[in-house]
Design a binder for this molecule. Structure first.
Ligand SMILES: [Zn+2]
Length: 48
C-alpha cells in the first residue's frame, strides 16, 4: 500500500524542506520546523 506524501513548505521563504505521510481527513498541516534556508524555526505548511 502506497503511502501518500505531502511536502512541508516554509511559510517564510517557500522552500520545501520536509515530506511527511499525508494526514487523514482534510485538515491542513501546519507545523513549526527548522528551515535550513531561514536558519530558524518557522511555520511549515502542507503542499501537494
Ligand atoms: Zn524558510
Amino acid at each position: 500500500m502506497a503511502t501518500k506524501k505531502v511536502g512541508l513548505e516554509c511559510s517564510k521563504c517557500g522552500a520545501r524542506n520536509y515530506t511527511v505521510p499525508a494526514p487523514r481527513g482534510d485538515k491542513r498541516l501546519e507545523i513549526r520546523k527548522f528551515c535550513k534556508h531561514c536558519k530558524m524555526y518557522t511555520l511549515h505548511r502542507e503542499t501537494r
